[in-house]
Ligand binder design. Structure first.
Ligand code: BGC
Length: 418
């Protein structure tokens, strides 16, 4: 990483990618989100129609100059009952997608669970039911056998913390339960056990050309009190940190379980600060004016906190000594210069941490395109590509940030002001 002329270089072979999730982009899906009506009155029935347009979307990735793509494989498409054989038509579509990525020189990272389950899993209690573990491992075994020569980067669970929290504590995701702390803990425990077993399958099965890599994507949010001397806000922040960060990391990576991962996936967006018990972020419904009044810089979701990226990377490096991928980072806003600044600041923090010795192997921008942002519908614009959801043809177009990111990917470096 030679730094010259205000250019910060990344190591050769660094992965520069984009990320998506099946429910958010594919459309034509049968899971718990199919009949879910988001806050904006919309649903994910068509989403970005990536189910049909994936060849075009891969062309967009090539135009961007990215060399990696993190995407989900939707369990509900592939198995219609526990331990059933995989649906060959749906499998063929994912195989075609992988072949097209390979032809375009784009390394795939396959995500096996991203906030959705097949209907028969949900009907039996989802991840609160321990019987989901062997069902998932069976699915993974069959999937790995089918695509192991096309994929070496595996991501078992995306943000188990967010999934268990928003589905069982905050009521935002199906099954929309509230304050069921026991269920939250059970979901995390079952997912952690499923991760360990699936990881064994993935590593044992091997890969035709390259050793498989497997990990989860952990969302890391910093929780702080707005006023350092407010005992109640400090207690709330500590409770959130303990439940969503510490408890979840221990479940997946504590003790012997560290061996179940060959890397750590980090999804990093920023920080939540509490003021009189209120989370001062747009995503929790706090009016933007109140947030501006206290002087916080937020996108349309959470507070931006680029220096936090260096802190969490350093912590993970010291604690686990595993390679890291930034499996998601992005900002939702219509303000493109703001998004550009956010990207620059976070990549500078990333580069600084790498110079200090953190072994980070790739960065995936969330997201390739504007998409269905779960309970918020289509109101949060995270895309490098805009999608015109008013037009039935769902045309994609490049946003200004796409040009900036594209230059970074092609140069494998960022420029900083002198
Ligand atoms: C999730 C994505 C989501 C993004 C932005 C992450 O928590 O993995 O599915 O769209 O953050 O909120």
């Amino acid at each position: 990483m030679i730094n010259s002329d205000n250019v910060l270089k990344f190591p050769p072979g660094f992965l520069w990618g984009t990320a998506t999730a099946p429910t958010q982009v594919e459309g034509h899906i049968e899971n718990e989100w199919t009949s879910f009506v988001a806050q904006d009155g919309n649903n994910c029935k068509i989403a970005c129609d990536n189910y049909h347009r994936y060849p075009e979307d891969i062309d967009w990735m090539s135009r961007l100059g990215t060399n990696a793509y993190r995407f989900g494989i939707e369990w509900s498409r592939l198995q219609s009952a526990p331990f059933a054989p995989l649906n060959q038509n749906e499998l063929a579509r994912y195989v075609d997608l992988l072949d097209r990525l390979r032809a375009a020189g784009i390394t795939p990272m396959a995500v096996l669970h991203h906030f959705s389950n097949p209907p028969w899993i949900n009907a039996a209690g989802g991840w609160t039911n321990p019987a989901t573990i062997p069902a998932f491992v069976d699915y993974v075994r069959k999937l790995v056998a089918a695509i192991k020569d096309r994929v070496y980067l595996w991501n078992t669970f995306n943000e188990p913390d967010t999934y268990a929290c928003v589905a069982y504590l905050l009521g935002g995701f199906p099954p929309q339960q509230r304050w069921k702390l026991g269920q939250f803990r059970r979901v995390i425990d079952h997912m952690a056990r499923a991760h360990a077993q699936a990881s064994r399958v993935i590593r044992r099965e091997g890969h035709a050309g390259r050793k498989p890599e497997v990990g989860i994507a952990k969302n890391w949010t910093f929780f702080h009190a707005y006023k350092r001397f407010s005992p109640w806000d400090r207690a709330t922040a500590f409770g959130c940190h303990y439940t969503f960060n510490k408890f979840v990391l221990d479940a997946f990576l504590g003790g012997w379980r560290r061996r179940a991962s060959t890397y750590i996936g980090l999804n990093y967006y920023g920080r939540v600060r509490f003021h009189h018990f209120r989370a001062m972020i747009p995503a929790s419904g706090t009016p933007v004016k109140d947030i501006k009044d206290v002087g916080f810089v937020c996108d349309d979701m959470v507070e931006r906190y680029p220096e936090g990226l260096g802190k969490i990377l350093g912590y993970l490096r010291r604690k686990f000594r595993l390679p890291i991928y930034i499996t998601e980072h992005g900002a939702a806003s219509d303000d493109e210069p703001f998004r550009e600044l956010d990207l620059q600041q976070n990549l500078q923090a990333l580069h600084r941490s790498m110079s200090e010795g953190t072994d980070v192997r790739g960065f995936f921008y969330w997201s390739l395109m504007d998409n269905f942002e779960w309970q918020f519908g289509y109101t949060k614009k995270f895309g490098l590509l805009a999608v015109d959801f008013q037009d039935p043809k769902l045309p994609r177009s490049l946003k200004p940030l796409a040009g900036v990111y594209s230059q970074i990917c092609r140069d494998n470096s960022i420029r900083v002001s002198p």
